[in-house]
Design a protein around this ligand. Structure first.
Ligand SMILES: [Zn+2]
Length: 72
C-alpha cells in the first residue's frame, strides 16, 4: 500500500471546458441559457424584469471546470 496525494484546482488547461454564466430568477426560478459571455444572461435579466415587474431578485449560476490529478 502506498500513499498518494491528489490535487484539485480550477482547470486552466487549453482543452478545459469553458466557464459559463447563467442567471436564474429567484421568484419564478426561470433561467437564462448558459453563456460564456456574461452579457447574454445580464440581457436576459433586463428582459425578464421588464416582462415581470415584480421579479426583482436573481441568482448568478457559474459553472467552472475543475481538474483533479494524482501526485507521488
Ligand atoms: Zn421570474
Amino acid at each position: 500500500m502506498r500513499w498518494v496525494h491528489w490535487i484539485v484546482e480550477p482547470d486552466r488547461l487549453p482543452d478545459a471546458e469553458p466557464t459559463t454564466y447563467a442567471m436564474q430568477c429567484a421568484v419564478c426560478e426561470q433561467s437564462s441559457d448558459p453563456h460564456v459571455d456574461f452579457q447574454e444572461p445580464k440581457t436576459w435579466v433586463l428582459r425578464h424584469a421588464a416582462r415581470n415587474p415584480c421579479h426583482h431578485t436573481y441568482r448568478e449560476i457559474i459553472v467552472r471546470p475543475w481538474h483533479a490529478w494524482m501526485t507521488d
